[in-house]
Ligand binder design. Sequence first.
Ligand code: HEC
Ligand code: HEC
Length: 299
Amino acid sequence: MVSMDRIAVYAVIALVLAAPPAAADEAAVARGKYLFDAAGCAGCHTDSKNKGPLGAGGRALKTPFGVFFSPNITPHAEHGIGTWSEDDLARALRHGVSPGGDHYFPVFPYTSYSGISDADIGDLGAYIFSLPAVARRNRPHQAPPPFGWRFLVPVWKWLNFTPGPLAPEPKRDAAWNRGAYLVEALAHCGQCHTPRGALGARKPAMKLAGTPSGPEGGIIPNITPDQETGIGGWSDADLRSLFKMGMKPDFDFVGGAMGEVVANTTSRLTDADLAAVIVYLRSLSPVRHQVRRKKEGER
Ligand code: HEC
Ligand code: HEC
């Protein structure tokens, strides 16, 4: 015979099983939204210029290798990633491989996202799969051979890509490790700020040292702590104003690509995360590399 006590226990177990997942999901969606912002997914996957819906793709990304159009990553079954499993999303971000086994072009910065932790990829998925599904067809890329040849991507990856996740550095403290994770993986600062070689691989010795030929042809400044050519002379307050409002120490505002990074990413980071980014940037080896256009009157 089943006692009343037993029934009560079963009822409690049933409640515990039924209730928390919904609450946990909401928390995962909220964490995922923060990560989606920190990783700048919206910037590339939204055609803001033409008032396209969030995540529905179609933004043109001009690179030295051709024009790439971001795909629709809303959970639409036909035009987006609605039929994907969580593992499919993990494979795309960690390994740059599609559910069908195709290799993604590295304009999709999975060479950085590969460093994202499993837990954070799970939360990103919870948020992405909670977005409204948008029926917007993907546009084919306009990249001439050999760069538009997808079957060559594995060769490029074999030469230039080591999958993550990023391992914490035990000799460094929590703030430094958090900063490294943000700069190297999530916010992928090096995708713009590190100069590239002929085949588009980032040059490790020049990490974050800037380039005169960045994405969209822009000049990307040196953000290593070099006193003269980098941000060595910037105070923490200078860096915070830049990340929060886009304002530089000379009261100029950053525009273009960094303007978007500030709006979509750095201005949305918590104060603790911004402080961690600053700790990490200051710990880098200074690289002397003048890329910034000199202003009138500047020597
Ligand atoms: C710098 C621009 C850029 C950023 C930032 C970016 N993506 Fe992408 N993403 C792309 C491009 C371009 C492709 C298409 C690559 C290809 O066709 O090989 C792509 C492909 C994808 C795909 C595969 C879609 C499909 O239909 O196969 C997924 C999923 C994806 N991105 C998710 C994300 C997520 C999640 C983030 C943020 C963590 C993100 N992307 C950030 C440019 C970007
Ligand atoms: C999509 C490309 C892109 C990404 C990603 C990017 N930046 Fe930038 N960044 C730029 C450009 C372009 C400028 C120059 C903007 C200007 O002067 O108008 C810039 C300027 C800066 C400056 C000002 C330096 C100076 O000397 O004026 C700092 C600091 C900076 N970025 C830090 C970062 C950090 C930290 C990240 C990652 C969280 C990051 N950037 C990600 C493109 C990018």
